[in-house]
Design a protein around this ligand. Structure first.
Ligand SMILES: Cc1ncc(COP(=O)(O)O)c(C=O)c1O
Length: 396
């Protein structure tokens, strides 16, 4: 065998330091065929056969009465703001530890997002703080199942029922997860899904509104179709369609629905690999985490999570930043996550913070890192992530 030349040696060295990206788009292999069939059909607008197929798959996964594909989870959340028929000054309770879309949806309607702190274990809205945040202006409680680990939905539903409030699940992370045997996304009156490229099943940019209270469906269809009853017209139940309410254009093209169908059909394959990676991190980082004062995710009894993301809580901001520099320097693209909403510029302008503030949110936002986790992540790459993580010492 001939000895490698300098150029070959450099190529091998470059391959060895190849970065482990934070996310790599996963393709099941069925996407291009489905996309071609849409192109051949010449019908690229929304609500065609692939939309029906993807919707049926989603409904089956969730056991949901109805679902409508949307162009993003953000848009599905916006639709919930319209469906709640919010008025200026109404209040919506939600966690500060979430993505801005969760709050924008209600602030856009003139309502006040009321920020509640999160639990230190699951990082979900702290259900013990929710009732104290209810006022006579409160209309809804919005929960986010962080990392796809369910919020304490029994307690939250009890508070909502007692005060006549709607429960909305921002289930951007939670497809495939469950709480006490019920799929996440099937518990609130409404739930929203994300099919953004970073999600377990995706179509680049996409989402869905899940409607668990059938009486909301007709209005949701109107909102999604520019405030018209065009969906009923397409079904043949009316002769002409009109502008009947407020709405916008939230329905995705058949191209997105075709891509999403391929992903949802292969959800079991996607999940098997993601769960394997998540479990590997959880087991192989346990000793290092204990020695270094690092917290791993907590999954309460009764919660099944879909391995959407894997996070660690470093002891403090200084360690978090040093940890990120350490692993990124070793070619591992770990990253932080949400910045609190309650003290963000728009949060201060449009929202209100519940009594007691959000000290846990402020702390965990400084401590949290997310590790690469995606279906195409190879075993060798998982090993490199673990090596990079465990070679860091917190000194705690
Ligand atoms: C909790 C939560 N809600 C909503 C969104 C927005 O999702 P999308 O990008 O599909 O609009 C995100 C984004 O990741 C999110 O984390």
């Amino acid at each position: 065998m001939k000895a490698p030349n300098e150029q070959e040696e450099r190529a091998v060295a470059a391959a060895n330091v190849r970065e482990v990206p934070f996310n790599r788009t996963y393709l099941t292999g069925a996407e291009s065929g489905y996309l071609e069939s849409v192109l051949e059909s010449g019908m690229l607008d929304g609500d065609g056969p692939f939309t029906a197929q993807a919707t049926a798959l989603l409904r089956k996964m969730l056991g949901a009465e109805a679902a409508l594909l949307t162009t993003s989870c953000t848009h599905a959340l916006d639709m919930t703001g319209l469906l709640l028929d919010l008025r200026e000054g109404d209040e919506v309770i939600l966690p500060s530890f979430t993505f801005p879309s969760t709050a924008n949806a209600y602030a856009l309607r003139g309502a006040v997002p009321v920020f509640v702190d999160c639990r230190p274990d699951t990082l979900n809205i702290d259900e013990r703080l929710v009732e104290a945040a209810v006022t006579e202006r409160t209309k809804a409680i919005v929960v986010v199942h962080y990392a796809g680990i369910g919020c304490e939905m029994d307690a939250i539903t009890r508070i909502a029922d007692k005060h006549g409030l709607a429960v909305i699940e921002d289930n951007a992370h939670g497809l495939g997860g469950s709480y006490r045997g019920r799929p996440l996304g099937s518990i609130g009156a409404l739930a929203t899904q994300s099919f953004h490229a970073t999600k377990n099943a995706h179509c680049g940019e996409g989402g869905a509104l899940v409607i668990n209270q059938p009486e909301l469906l007709e209005q949701a269809e109107i909102i999604r179709e520019k405030g018209t009853n065009r969906t009923q017209y397409y079904r043949g139940s009316i002769e002409k369609y009109h502008w009947v309410g407020l709405g916008s254009s939230y329905l995705p093209s058949e191209l997105l629905a075709a891509f999403l169908t391929a992903q949802l059909e292969n959800f079991d394959v996607i999940q098997a690999r993601r769960i394997e990676i998540w479990d590997t991190y959880q087991v192989r980082l346990e000793e290092w985490a204990a020695e270094n004062g690092v917290a791993q995710p907590t999954v309460p009894d009764g919660c099944v999570h879909p391995a959407h993301l894997y996070y660690l809580l470093l002891p403090d901001l200084e360690n978090r930043q040093a940890f990120l520099r350490h692993v990124v320097g070793r070619g591992v693209q770990a990253t932080f996550h949400y910045q609190p909403l309650h003290n963000a510029p728009a949060g201060l302008r449009h929202g209100r913070t519940a009594a007691g503030g959000c000290p846990v949110t402020e702390r965990v936002a400084d401590q949290l890192v997310r590790l690469p986790l995606y279906t195409g992540l190879g075993a060798d790459e998982v090993g490199r992530v673990i090596d990079a993580v465990t070679s860091y010492r917190t000194g705690c």
